[in-house]
Design a protein around this ligand. Sequence first.
Ligand code: 3PG
Length: 306
Amino acid sequence: MKVLVATEKPFAAAAINGIREIVEKAGYELVLLEKYTDVAEFYAAVADVDALIVRSDKVTKEVIAHANNLKIVVRAGAGFDNLDLDACSERGIVAMNTPGQNSNAVAELALGMMVYMARNTFQKGTGSELKGKRLGIQAYGNVGRLVAKIAQGFGMEVAAFDPFVPTEAIEKDGVKPVLSLDELYSTCQYISLHIPANEQTKKSIGKALLGQMPKGGCLINTARKEVINEDELIEILSERTDLKYATDIAADKQEELNTLFGNRVFATPKKMGAETAEANINAGLAAASQIVDYLENGNERFRLNK
Ligand code: 3PG
């Protein structure tokens, strides 16, 4: 069996060592395609492999069409909007993610970005503290829960909106469950996004919600750029000169945002949420183990497609 790791943004070396150990212990062969610049390299590399590990690399219909022997693809990470699940299903290929494995890295970054924005991106002017401020978490999943816990350590009051999580599960963490997005946005100075990008969420965060934020409101996006309505973001930042936006995934209109709003907006130079050695190791090794467990034992836990 051949396992391909195809990563435009490579894993840390320690993660590759761990992946190799798991793959070779199973008697399989590891193939590496890192920092590829042309999708044709991906097409060629995937042609004869049985399993595939990716990060945010797009596993499109075309990639699947080139994968003659592929049985399983694992997205080493949480968000799977980069996988064409239907194309996988059509070919009987199992698709999985590794939920929770890189959550702490993303949660720490979300809080780091909050501090950075609260301190005027470390530029001149008096900043503010997070203590005593209210943070609204949009989607109380693996990352959202960790953000809540760390924020409580800062002395923030935390609220969360998640229609898929029972209110008791939110309450038991000392977090206030709110029943609508309007309530979340209108009562929280900080909002941290942890929703996936899908048909329901794309462009769902715009003027109607952001316009309700209290004075000095700041939106932190470590989720996906696609969930933001960028035209409306520009509109509301122009109208409300107190609002701020920080993102881990540069907006399509990031240059315009930077020009118009200076240090009221911030984007990391590249997506950094899962860029820690720990997250690489956790997600990469989980992906390799899930592959071996599926191919050897048929374990389909974490399967995403039907
Ligand atoms: C995720 O969905 O797990 C994160 O966005 C990490 O993505 P990355 O592996 O491309 O850094």
